[in-house]
Write a protein of this length. Sequence first.
Length: 238
Amino acid sequence: MSILVITGTGTEVGKTVTTAAVAACALAAGRSVAVLKAAQTGVRPDEPGDAAEVARLAGAVTATELARYPEPLAPGTAARRAGMAPVRPQDVAEAAAKLATEHDLVLVEGAGGLLVRFDPAGGTLADAAELLKAPVLVVASAGLGTLNTTELTARELRSRRLDLAGIVIGGWPDSPDLAMRCNVTDLPDVAGTPLLGALPMGAGSLAPADFRATAPSWLAPRLDGTWDAEAFRVHEAP
């Protein structure tokens, strides 16, 4: 795959750190990588955004964001309130396609969940993925409630005939509770797709060199890592 769309089942599930881990693994495998943030919200003009954070953690990636809005809201709402032009799915698709002519892998990171609205017409990251005909990686939380949001996301992707590449748990704690441990088995069942990784909680706070060295152990071979889903399941599931 030359373009991979990365979405979350909601906000604060570890999407940006997962994007950085995927980028770090691809770089370590010798591929050139670009990261496209479709819409950055809630960040001042002088602050680094998610694309810059991916570059800080992963290394030499081309980091691009299409638009930045000051308030921490859905992109369409933030654009309207700021009196700024919205990002349309066509804009995301065109930018990603151009980057794909210059890089081996383009990672398109959304904002929040799959159906967060970008523009007044209701355009979403799912629409951009349809235009690109690109697979979608879903980042999910580990705990109670994740089965519902993950299954809903998977159903929406399948209703659009989009390729669900897999699920990554965006933050796995040192001491998981019973729900989290059960979800290791249940997440791939409800999503109908394999687990492709689990990032340790707080991975984004690692020094960049440590992050890059350790990232392959968090992701499956399909994402250029060495993580073993079955071994993880046996170790963590009750």
